[in-house]
Design a protein around this ligand. Structure first.
Ligand code: ZN
Ligand code: ZN
Length: 302
């Protein structure tokens, strides 16, 4: 089971009724935050999931509306009594940006681990039992999209384990995918596990034009959170020029990727009511939802 909370849905600047786009993911009590613009601490506080368990912070790119909230958040994490390492990941330039913004959040009581992701190919990291994959996308600055996946092993086959004379106290470790060395025998998890089962996959894509690579990247996601900077078809040329997407382009991506559900986010400040365009967007991809600040969802294993 994994929980997501879309903290904000705005692009460019926070508005009185709309915080900047950011996503909080919780799994086994640990949390990942994607993007942290100006004011992200406010919906984080309102979500009431706490701050202390944020182990990983991911950045799509270094436009202020995605990163300017970092120094304040780090100070809050410090004040929450956190002493364990915090990992920050983002495209190349991360070290320079974090060094710059942390000038105003010095003397943190926890170490920062900085992981620069590739801007030319897909890369995969493994943190807190979660696979974090990034892919370079097409924006006015170097930018990546993310896929967060919980992979799931096959079912444990009790009969097989009994036939191999494996004591019960090893079963849990094998179930988690560990190889066991028992006296002179090596027991691999595939010897006692069935076929691997569908896990959970969430994708977060902002700010970008639709790219060819995004279709296989988001394939069969349980939830795609995708930018929809513009709702009106007449704004399509702006989306091309400013390297963003319209609602319809996000819906086409969701359809081609065969995802279960699409949440739109990163609305232009000029877009007052995203609902106005949802009817037409649903004609392309029926399970589209206009994202709202603090919208949450729990995704369970099938
Ligand atoms: Zn943005
Ligand atoms: Zn941007």
């Amino acid at each position: 089971m994994l929980d997501v909370c879309l903290l904000g849905t705005g692009g460019m600047m926070p508005l009185p009724h709309r915080w900047l786009t950011s996503l909080l993911i919780r799994y086994n009590g640990r949390m990942i935050l994607i993007d942290c613009g100006e004011g992200t601490q406010i919906p984080l506080k309102m979500a009431e999931w706490g701050f202390k368990a944020i182990d990983v912070i991911l950045f799509t790119h270094y436009h202020a509306d995605h990163i300017a909230g970092l120094p304040g958040l780090l100070l809050t994490l410090g004040n929450s009594g956190r002493e364990e390492k915090v990992t920050i990941m983002g495209p190349p330039g991360l070290k320079k940006v974090v060094e710059g913004v942390t000038v105003i959040s010095p003397q943190l009581p926890f170490p920062l681990e900085l992981v620069e992701l590739s801007d030319s190919e897909e890369s995969e990291q493994y943190k807190s039992n979660i696979f974090i994959t990034s892919i370079p996308v097409d924006h006015t600055l170097t930018c990546v999209s993310y896929s967060i996946e919980i992979k799931r092993q096959g079912k444990f086959d009790v009969e097989k384990a009994k036939n191999l004379n494996i004591p019960m106290n090893y079963w849990g470790r094998l179930q988690k995918g560990e190889t066991i060395i028992m006296e002179d025998k090596v027991i691999k998890p595939e010897m006692v596990l069935g076929e691997s089962r569908k896990g959970i996959k969430i994708c977060y894509c902002t700010d970008t034009r639709p790219t060819e690579g995004l279709v296989p990247f988001v394939e069969k996601a349980d939830l795609l959170i995708c930018e929809g900077m513009y709702g009106h078809v007449d704004d399509s040329h702006k989306a091309v020029e400013k390297k963003h997407m319209t609602f319809y382009e996000a819906a086409i991506l969701a359809k081609h990727g065969g995802v279960d559900e699409l949440w739109l986010t990163h609305y232009s400040p000029a877009l007052n009511d995203p609902e106005e365009y949802i009817h037409d967007t649903k004609a392309i991809f029926a399970n589209t939802i206009a994202g709202k600040d603090l919208m949450t969802k729990t995704i369970k294993f099938q």
